[in-house]
Design a protein. Structure first.
Length: 87
């Protein structure tokens, strides 16, 4: 699965997503505003958790992982900062 997510493929997908978002008002220069990125692929999960094909969906989580108990997506100390991701 690592071979499916090589640097070229990841870069192509990233660029396509940023291009698609750049047509939205306020996101025209989104790529210039990115300060830090963390990239996880199914291969990352395969390495971290030893799961077949890197599929993390079978990992167990408790009640505390529900969206009701998670912190807000908006940063309390900085304007225009959102925390995004999936788990």
């Amino acid at each position: 699965y690592k071979q499916q997510f090589d640097k070229d493929m990841v870069d192509d997908v990233r660029d396509a997503v940023l291009r698609r978002l750049s047509v939205l008002e306020g996101l025209e220069n989104l790529s210039d505003l990115i300060l830090d990125e963390v990239l996880d692929t199914p291969a990352t999960y395969a390495d971290y958790y030893n799961v077949g094909a890197g599929v993390p969906f079978g990992l167990s989580h408790g009640l505390g992982q529900l969206s009701l108990t998670r912190p807000a997506a908006e940063c309390k100390t900085r304007d225009n900062v959102l925390f995004v991701g999936a788990s």
